[in-house]
Design a protein around this ligand. Structure first.
Ligand SMILES: NC(=O)c1ccc[n+]([C@@H]2O[C@H](COP(=O)([O-])OP(=O)(O)OC[C@H]3O[C@@H](n4cnc5c(N)ncnc54)[C@H](O)[C@@H]3O)[C@@H](O)[C@H]2O)c1
Length: 330
């Protein structure tokens, strides 16, 4: 059986996707960013039985020759590799373009050479602060960070490969995803770990009045899986979001209730982005995903969200991860 190639396999979404693919009986070649520590990132957290089933290859999506060799003889590509931290993109924009945009171009070129279907991973950040809610896929694109710009450019080049070379591609556009194994930089893990950390009395956050549409990782990954053997989605861009938005402030309160540790929440001026950089609201329309992928999140509405947050809290508790509180000076 030809293998499915997954980039960004050692990351948050990638590790869940690879795990699910293996559990469902697919054969996977997983790209891990080469590093001198010989570390496989979050793949190392998978059960040994699953890990042994994966063909792990190391490399960098910026290396076009290597991507060509890895992609040859694969059956399809899930392209998730990216630099994803928004704050760091303000200070290192070039690396974001090189990885997220030019790295994607390398994947597309190899896919074109061997005519392989690509599921390209976008992000809701490409919409910026919306002019209409819920956000449909044809909403204007308005990048407010170099991260969002690099992903917008990647989406556009992916779509250009569909339009000009007939390459079978689909753009999957997840809204904020959360769950076990997510980096502590992301907002839900930072709230959970600051809440659980007995050595700190306050929770420091940025703008707590912004809203996001948070999708539990199992649901997001389920959406990715529904792209396999689905020909209705070629050339399409599809949002994966729940259609419900929550204020960061309310999530912090909810986590206080779930953990029974209610700390004062304060705004840390270092975490506040200026008005032009801050995406105020994100809330997805998921009608297209329902129609083309037959996808509906299981963790839906307030009760679904509470359940998913509880599962996430339990995971961080069990793994005893400490908040880092590392900020970049921009
Ligand atoms: N997590 C979310 O809420 C979310 C929301 C929307 C979109 N996305 C998108 O989903 C994808 C995965 O995000 P994630 O949350 O799992 O992030 P992550 O940082 O956990 O995973 C990204 C992976 O890409 C790898 N990578 C970075 N540069 C690379 C390079 N040059 N070559 C090869 N690999 C490289 C990293 O090592 C990392 O493991 C990204 O494309 C991101 O833009 C994520």
């Amino acid at each position: 059986m030809k293998k499915i190639f997954v980039t960004g396999s050692e990351g948050f979404l990638g590790s869940h996707l690879v795990e699910k693919l293996i559990r469902k009986g697919y054969s996977v070649k997983a790209l891990v960013l080469y590093n001198s520590f010989n570390k496989w990132g979050l793949l190392e957290r998978l059960p040994k039985k699953i890990l042994n089933e994966i063909e792990i290859v190391t490399g960098d999506i910026r290396d076009n020759d290597l991507m060509d060799r890895y992609i040859k003889n694969t059956s399809m590509i899930f392209h998730l590799a990216a630099l994803i931290g928004i704050p760091y993109s303000f200070i290192a924009p070039k690396s974001y373009l090189e990885t997220n945009t030019y790295g994607t171009l390398n994947i597309l070129n190899a896919a074109k050479k061997y005519n392989i279907k690509v599921i390209h991973t976008s992000t809701s950040e490409v919409y910026g602060s919306p002019i209409k809610i819920p956000i449909k896929e044809d909403h204007r694109l308005f990048p407010q960070s170099p991260y969002a710009a690099s992903k917008t450019a990647a989406d556009q080049i992916a779509m250009a490969f569909y339009n000009s070379f007939n390459l079978p591609i689909t753009i999957i556009r997840p809204f904020n995803t959360f769950g076990p194994r997510q980096s502590l930089r992301a907002v839900i893990p930072t709230i959970i770990t600051q809440t659980l950390d007995k050595s700190i009395g306050l929770i420091k956050l940025g703008n707590v009045n912004t809203t996001r549409d948070f999708c539990f990782v199992d649901d997001t990954i389920n959406g990715f899986l529904k792209t396999i053997n689905n020909n209705k989605i070629i050339g399409e861009t599809i949002n994966l979001g729940t259609g419900k938005e929550f204020k960061i402030k309310n999530i912090a309160k909810l986590i206080g209730k779930i953990t029974k540790i209610e700390k004062k929440i304060i705004t840390d001026s270092k975490r506040i982005r200026n008005k032009n950089r801050e995406v105020i609201r994100l809330c997805s329309s998921n009608k297209k995903a329902q129609k083309l992928l037959n996808w509906k999140p299981k963790y839906l509405g307030l009760s679904g969200f509470k359940h998913a947050v509880k599962l996430t809290v339990d995971w961080y508790k069990a793994n005893n991860l400490k908040s880092k509180n590392k900020l970049y000076n921009i």
